[in-house]
Write a protein that binds this ligand. Structure first.
Ligand code: ADP
Ligand code: MG
Length: 679
């Protein structure tokens, strides 16, 4: 018998139940023991002295006499239980549930929900919430269950698993750490989590369980990192420094110190045989695109290909146009590949990628479809990586030669959180904006103050600048989206039509329509662009100085910051106007936060604070790992301690050879096995 035994060794677990348990990720005895309640049934016990007649309530007491079943008809009977509650003995009657009798032997403590008869001092029992002998727990765990298996079944199986294995649970967290952080043993954690006698006991167990979960996660990350280092399984890309300098000298601006630093970090990775797996973070407008261009060119000088994958066609098109300009005087073949690339062009591009005739390709998801093959892909870059799933990152990383990977993001995961949860990635951060940027002035107005805000737009148009006007995307209804966008378009047309051309861009347009509209705006032919959120990511039109956002309270802070980042890219002062009538305090606080801070990292932290970690990262594929008991945001201090502990442990003993680490070593080996078997 061991923790690794399958759940089928437990009584009543046949193939069907085993499958049901598997659907919850419960395959072994150990899985069950660490499958903790997500809450405890709250037995809010009522003091009978204050209870009203016929009130439904929960009481708790000790059974003081053996229960009696009285039959008074073919299927009619009643069960009487005498319960001592405080210093009163109360008769509790259950109708037609004679089997409950077995629960109420003398001396058992019982929690019962029922109806109180104040005159007779009796109760009609409606539900037995818990019964236990005196030294059993008094909080009832509630387990996450699903339609295949009942919560009660899980609770029973956990009990049986503990009865079999509870006395021989190996200690995974090294004793030194347990001592240092005053942690419970695994056995104590399991007992305290499943059957706490009090809230404090549950809390203490949870505290240790959280550390344990983070610690094991961080140990995995350490192991991954060592593995990556050891195998030297990446490409060494011997790029030509001379040529890189030549490219940089043709840029219309000097790189910021931060841009230089991250280019060096990335280039050092590329040159080494170590497989690059790097996250480039930089606030909106910090100039990540040019960094991407430089390092892609580095790959090209070493005769490798480079690919840049972006989340939208508009953005792909724009990057393609920009990079074509950047490389105008250099012998670089660039191609664009999106879902709407015409068949003939697509065929040519695929052939060019396969033969190596194309050096750099910019594209959308189309880049990772089957049939896209590279002669020598050396570097893959993913822009706005938070828009892609981890899986997509993996696919592009596995193309051909196992290219070096650079993921870029402006959705700032607070630095510390990135390091602890993206531990397997190295992180480079552009922490300064190009010089001469004007800060963006953000104002928040209510809908009925809109005309005041329009003054600013008139002034900016008069100065020759351009304007974005955004309505939110409402996921549930494309129809309403369109209506909103069309309404705003009509309003803008009516107000500014005399002085500027207005265009409308929305998600239901055909890609070539969108492209044409975007191009006209880029060229300054259109001065006001009304849009749903398709312009949210990456779009770069430096002459645009106003970002007007309708119903701004419908956006998250990170998204608002992204939108705001579309302006303030040139030398002129820029304005972000938030139009919102927030319905709650949180909405008000979000608007105020936007008005008072321009720092993407601070905003991200605030967003986390206001909305909880589930929200900012969007869907579950955002890249932040999921934990069972722990939460990387609210338990951040513990996460950090666990990370430091794991790092120190591996630094001192890379192979975890000491005898005391044997259980940890075995656990890590098992994790790798189960990962391997998934493929
Ligand atoms: P993001 O990091 O949001 O992707 P971009 O790469 O789109 O930002 O850059 C924003 C703007 O700043 C672009 O117009 C770009 O040409 C410009 N830019 C980039 N680096 C510098 C620099 N060092 N000095 C001045 N302007 C720069
Ligand atoms: Mg960008």
């Amino acid at each position: 018998m061991a923790l690794t035994d399958p759940v089928s060794v437990l009584s009543g677990v046949g193939p069907k139940r085993q499958a049901a348990l598997a659907s919850l990720g419960l395959n072994t005895i150990g899985d069950l023991l660490f499958y903790f309640p997500f809450r405890y049934a709250d037995l809010q016990v009522k003091d009978l002295a204050t209870a009203a007649d016929q009130e439904k309530l929960t009481v708790k007491g000790i059974v003081v006499a053996d229960p009696v079943v009285t039959r008074f008809g073919p299927r009619k009977n009643r069960l009487n239980v005498r319960l001592q509650i405080d210093n009163m003995v109360v008769m509790v009657t259950f109708f037609n549930q004679p089997w409950l009798k077995d629960k109420f032997s003398q001396g058992v403590e019982a929690a019962i929900y029922g109806k109180w008869d104040a005159k007779r001092k009796t109760m009609t029992g409606m539900k037995v919430l818990a019964t236990q002998t005196a030294d059993e727990p008094s909080l009832a765990g509630v387990y996450p269950a699903n339609k295949n298996i009942r919560q009660k079944t899980i609770a029973d199986l956990v009990k049986e698993a503990y009865a079999r294995e509870g006395q021989q649970i190996p200690e995974i967290v090294p004793a030194g750490l347990r001592q240092r952080y005053k942690l419970l043993t695994d056995q104590q954690i399991i007992h305290g989590m499943h059957w706490p006698k009090s809230g404090q006991e549950a809390h203490a167990a949870r505290r240790s369980a959280i550390f344990r979960e983070f610690f094991l996660f961080e140990c995995q990350i350490q192991a991954l990192r060592l593995d990556n280092d050891a195998t030297q399984n990446g490409l060494a890309i011997p790029f030509d420094n001379q040529q890189l300098r030549a490219l940089i000298s043709t840029l219309p601006f000097a790189l910021t110190a931060a841009q230089k630093r991250v280019v060096n970090e990335i280039c050092a990775d590329m040159r080494s045989p170590h497989h690059m797996n790097r996250l480039l973070q930089g606030d909106v407008g910090s100039g990540k695109t040019i960094v991407a261009a430089i390092v892609m060119y580095a790959a090209v000088t070493a005769r490798y290909q480079a690919a840049l994958m972006v989340p939208t066609e508009v953005l792909a098109e724009q990057h393609y146009a920009k990079l074509t300009k950047t490389f105008a005087d250099f012998p670089v073949q660039i191609a664009l590949l999106t879902g709407s690339t015409p068949t003939k062009a697509r065929r040519e591009t695929l052939a060019g990628l396969a033969s190596g005739a194309i050096d750099i390709v910019i594209g959308t998801h189309a880049l990772i479809q089957k049939g896209v093959d590279f002669a020598a892909l050396g570097l893959a870059i993913i822009d706005e990586q938070h828009r892609f799933g981890v899986q997509q990152r993996k696919i592009i990383q596995e193309k051909g030669l196992k290219p070096d990977l650079l993921a870029m993001t402006a959705t700032p995961i607070p630095r510390t959180l990135a390091i602890t949860t993206y531990g397997e990635m190295d992180v480079s951060t552009i922490d300064e904006l190009p010089a001469g940027r004007q800060p963006i002035t953000t104002t928040w107005v209510r809908r009925n103050q809109l005309s005041g805000a329009f003054k600013r737009i008139h002034a900016e148009l008069a100065a020759g600048h351009q304007v974005f006007a955004i309505t939110p995307l409402i996921a549930e209804s494309e129809k309403i989206d369109l209506q909103n966008a069309e309404q705003l378009y009509a309003d803008m047309q009516a107000t500014f039509g005399q002085e500027a051309t207005v265009a409308l861009l929305h998600g239901q347009m055909k890609p070539d329509e969108k492209e044409a509209i975007m191009r006209a705006f880029d060229a300054g032919e259109t001065r006001i662009l009304v849009s749903t959120t398709v312009v949210e990511v990456g779009v770069d039109v430096p002459n645009a100085t106003v970002m007007l956002i309708m119903d701004a309270d419908r956006f998250g802070l990170a998204q608002l910051h992204q939108l705001r980042g579309r302006v303030g890219r040139g030398q002129a002062a820029a304005y972000c106007i938030l139009v919102a009538d927030p319905k709650n305090e949180m909405g008000v606080e979000r608007m105020q936060t936007m008005v008072t801070t321009n720092d993407g990292f601070k905003l991200a932290e605030k967003d986390l604070e206001l909305r909880g970690s589930g929200d900012i990262f969007g869907d579950k594929q955002s890249g932040l790992p999921e934990f069972r008991v722990a939460d990387p945001v609210t338990d951040f201090a513990t996460l950090q301690a666990a990370q430091q502990s794991a790092a120190a442990l591996f630094q001192a003993d890379q192979t975890l050879s000491a005898a005391e680490f044997a259980p940890l070593r075995a656990w890590l080996a098992r994790q790798q096995q189960s990962l391997g078997s998934l493929d």
